[in-house]
Write a protein that binds this ligand. Structure first.
Ligand SMILES: [Zn+2]
Length: 218
């Protein structure tokens, strides 16, 4: 899943209004931020296998450190603790932790059975939403725009920039999703994947914080 994670982050603003949108983005996408790090360090492994599912050509051969249920719970607790250490915001820290774990649950809906429960066993799960193009788009759009509507209802722009940066962010995310899903994927060099992923995540987090800073809660 891609867009859906950002939708959950948008929606989380309602329950954790003091947490910046950029931090909510990082938490919801933490597994996908770790993934390229583990790929370049050759700890995790993937391959492009066209047709492995109707939507995604990614064969996630081995990725239990970024994408197992157990490790995402561990990462969630670590990120939540770090957030608490910095801000002393207990509620926000719990939301950050739960957002990290939500990544695995959302991925579970669309992935074919390739998601490990822990790094210590062979059990892999996935409900296979990616076997249907219509279902995949429906669920991504539902989560993303549903979350966005919740965010829009709970915040108001104090300066025009709070609206138009948010607009740019939403268009960029939608474009990235459709380009990456229906574009051509290949087994490029890992370092390129790492750089592109990190650059995009950084841009998205910066845009989210820029917009969020110019909006206030209602
Ligand atoms: Zn993921």
């Amino acid at each position: 899943m891609f867009l859906g994670h950002y939708g959950v982050a948008f929606a989380a603003k309602k329950v954790a209004p003091k947490v910046s949108l950029g931090v909510l983005f990082i938490a919801a996408q933490f597994a996908d931020i770790l993934w390229p790090v583990f790929l370049v360090s050759h700890v995790e492994k993937y391959s492009i296998v066209p047709g492995i599912s109707k939507v995604s050509p990614y064969d996630f051969i081995y990725y239990p450190y970024s994408h197992s249920l157990l490790m995402d719970i561990v990462w969630g607790l670590i990120l939540g603790l770090v957030y608490y250490g910095i801000t002393k915001n207990r509620r926000g820290a719990w939301v950050v932790a739960l957002l990290v774990i939500s990544h695995w649950i959302l991925d579970l809906i669309v992935h074919i059975p390739d998601l490990p429960l822990s790094p210590f066993g062979d059990i892999k799960v996935g409900l296979g939403g990616w076997n249907s193009v219509a279902f995949t788009i429906a669920i991504e759009v539902l989560f993303f725009y549903g979350g966005l509507i919740i965010y829009l209802r709970n915040t108001r722009a104090v300066k025009p920039v709070g609206n138009w940066v948010l607009g740019v962010l939403v268009v960029l995310l939608t474009l990235l999703y459709f380009l990456s899903t229906f574009g051509k994927a290949d087994n490029g060099p890992l370092i390129m994947l790492f750089i592109v992923f990190m650059l995009l995540q950084t841009i998205l987090v910066l845009l989210a914080n820029w917009s969020d800073k110019n909006r206030r809660l209602v």
